[in-house]
Every structure is written in structure tokens, then in C-alpha cells.
Design a protein around this ligand. Structure first.
Ligand code: SAH
Length: 348
């Protein structure tokens, strides 16, 4: 085990079998060593700074039907909403005052948020706040659409690959979606020039350690600028309602491995981790994460963007509570900065 950790630290790479071994045979002791090395690696690049992103959940109407997701199209119990352009811009005004310099617009796949609409919003945000970055997380689109949104000023795009195993992908998604298209989208995003984020859930139904080792290999080879990893949390109105939640402890362990694979990566301590475990976000930071994404969505809509049950929507993960969040982060030795928080390139 120790040799594997050392090899990972030196070569930033393991074989699939080695990743699997490292995951399956983890102990508290190894987790502690990995976390310590992960913190060292992140601090060598980013010091003690934590980047914050203002998350704006623009709408929960979705044409897709991902089996794990609470806002899947066929969930009849989901009260649907869409933000207007003005709603989104006022979230940004609010966020700017709170010190956010990245706005993340995330939502279901909804034709209402078409290229014309999104390009308009993006260019308005960029002209009002030229010092801010815009991140999109709106699912799968054509190369041309991604390109238009990029040309309108979007800087980053988050599209979790969800799982790097085709068979597993098919167990989590309806037939209308494909592993190949997801991967093609990620490739296109990178080619266009976005800072691109992939990612996956830990403990999603049918997931094996072999699947997770493929996720790690994918991160190693794709070299994303960002990677979102959080535990799966069941939602009562989905086919996966009776599956157990993923482990927060394994999530933190994986965050440490990813930090060692790619010391410069932007790695969030996700809302799902904060939901699964009290002080999950702080534990994520102590495992090598360097980003948190508090919610800037209008308070009335927040409950409706329920990807999974009991999703945090009040308290320190909410943007109004930035001060409380800052305190919690300081309690573990880090501090929030007012900064776009781009990935640091070699030599910077
Ligand atoms: N429609 C966009 C945004 C999806 S929501 C897209 O397709 O990219 C963002 C992420 O939430 C998803 O990529 C998924 O990994 C995560 N998510 C969805 N349902 C979840 C659940 N039940 N538990 C944990 N994470 C979930």
C-alpha cells in the first residue's frame, strides 16, 4: 500500500489494477497518509486559498431521464421552475457583492435555455462583470452550441462523465442517452478551449471498485481542469430510491487520489458531500479539495432543485451565509479568496 501511494505521488499515475487495489484495501491509516499528501500537493500550488463559485440553478425542467436524478423528466412530483434573464442577473448582482467572481449556471436540459438565450445572459454578465468567470453546466449540446456559448464569453463547462465504464453508464441512464455522446461532448468542450470539468458519483447503483478505477484512469488521461466528485444520494421519486447512499469517507479518499494524480486540478468539496456528512465540505478540503460552490439561486426556488433528498439548501452552503462558511473554512486552516479562481498553469 505505502509503495502504491509513493508511486502515485511520484508518477501521478497507477495501473487500473493498482487503483482498484488502493480503493478496495483502504484503511484509516492509508486514508490519513493520502489526505496529508493531497493537502501538501494542493498547498504547493494554491496555498491555503479556497475558491468559491456562486451556483445559480437556472431551472429544473429536463428532457432527460437519468435514473438517479430527482429532476428527471418523468418525475411527476417535481415542481418545475425556470429563472428569467433578470432573475439570473440579479443572482449575479447579489453574488458579486458577496465576493463571488465565478458564476456557475446549472440546470436541466431545457430548450428554453437555448443558445440565443444563454449567449445573451453570458454576454450581459461578462460586460457587467468583466472580472468574473462564467461556468456552464447545462448538459449535452452540439459542438456548434458549445462553440457559440464559448464565443459569447463562457469560460468553463462542467459535464460529469458520471462513470467511465460503458456498461455501468447504461445502467444509470435511459436508452436515449449514450456513453459515447457524453465522452464526445467532453472532448469537444476541451477542444473548444473551455476549462472543462468531468466527474462522477461515488456509490452510484451497480458501481464496483473496478468502475471507480476506470474513473480515476479517465481523470488521469483526460486531464480535466476540474473534477466534481460527490456521494450518490437516493431520491425518493427515482428508480434508485431504495439504493443506499454512497460513502462520504470513500469520496474523501478519492478526492485525495485525484489531487495526487493532478496537483493543479480545481477540485470542489461538493454539496452532496456536505449533505452526506456533517462537516463534509471541511473534510473534503482536508482531503485535497480547493473549491466550494455555495448556492446563489433565489431562495424560493432552491428547494425545487432537488437532485437528491435532503439536499442542503439553508445554512452555510447558501451564499448569504458566506461569512459563516468562511468561519468554518478558517477553522480547518484555509481561507476564502475573492478571485476568479482559474486553474494555475505550470510556472505560475
Ligand atoms: N443537467 C446537467 C446538470 C446535472 S446536475 C448535466 O447533465 O450535466 C449535476 C450533477 O448532479 C450530475 O452530473 C450528477 O452527477 C449529480 N447528481 C444527480 N443526481 C444525484 C444524486 N441522486 N446523488 C448525487 N448526485 C447526483
Amino acid at each position: 500500500m505505502f509503495e502504491l501511494v509513493e508511486k502515485l505521488e511520484k508518477q501521478r499515475s497507477l495501473t487500473l489494477a493498482e487503483y482498484e487495489y488502493l480503493l478496495e484495501n483502504r484503511t484509516d491509516e492509508i486514508a490519513g497518509i493520502l489526505a496529508q499528501k493531497a493537502r501538501q500537493a494542493r498547498e504547493a500550488v494554491y496555498g491555503k486559498a479556497v475558491y468559491i463559485r456562486g451556483l445559480i440553478e437556472v431551472g429544473n425542467i429536463c428532457k432527460n431521464d437519468c435514473l438517479y436524478c430527482g429532476i428527471r423528466g418523468s418525475n411527476k412530483d417535481c415542481e418545475r421552475y425556470r429563472l428569467t434573464e433578470n432573475d439570473i442577473l440579479s443572482c449575479c448582482d447579489n453574488g458579486y457583492k458577496l465576493g463571488f467572481r465565478t458564476f456557475v449556471m446549472q440546470g436541466g436540459e431545457d430548450a428554453y435555455f437555448n443558445d440565443d438565450f444563454m449567449c445573451g445572459v453570458i454576454s450581459k454578465i461578462k460586460s457587467k462583470y468583466p472580472d468574473c468567470a462564467v461556468t456552464l453546466s447545462l448538459g449535452e449540446k452540439s459542438y456548434e452550441s458549445y462553440k457559440r456559448l464559448f464565443d459569447a464569453g463562457a469560460d468553463r463547462y462542467l459535464l460529469r462523465h458520471e462513470t467511465a465504464d460503458k456498461e455501468h453508464y447504461e445502467k444509470l441512464h435511459p436508452e436515449s442517452m449514450s456513453y459515447e455522446n457524453r465522452m464526445e461532448c467532453l472532448k469537444n468542450l476541451k477542444e473548444i478551449g473551455y476549462q472543462t470539468g468531468c466527474g462522477f458519483m461515488v456509490g452510484s447503483p451497480y458501481q464496483t471498485y473496478a468502475n471507480l478505477s476506470k474513473d480515476l484512469k479517465f481523470v488521469e488521461e483526460f486531464k480535466p481542469q476540474m473534477c466534481g466528485v460527490g456521494p450518490f444520494i437516493p431520491h425518493k421519486a427515482t428508480p434508485f430510491k431504495d439504493y443506499p447512499a454512497g460513502s462520504a469517507e470513500l469520496t474523501c479518499y478519492i478526492l485525495s487520489i485525484i489531487r495526487l494524480i493532478q496537483p493543479r486540478i480545481l477540485l470542489p468539496a461538493t454539496t452532496a458531500l456536505g449533505t452526506a456528512l456533517q462537516d463534509g465540505r471541511e473534510k473534503g478540503l482536508l482531503s485535497g479539495a480547493n473549491v466550494v460552490m455555495p448556492n446563489l439561486s433565489p431562495v424560493e426556488q432552491r428547494k425545487k432543485y432537488e437532485l437528491y433528498n435532503n439536499k442542503l439548501n439553508t445554512g452555510a452552503e447558501a451564499a448569504e451565509a458566506v461569512k459563516a462558511l468562511a468561519k468554518k473554512i478558517e477553522s480547518v486552516g484555509y481561507f476564502i479568496v475573492t478571485d476568479r479562481g482559474d486553474i494555475k498553469k505550470e510556472g505560475n
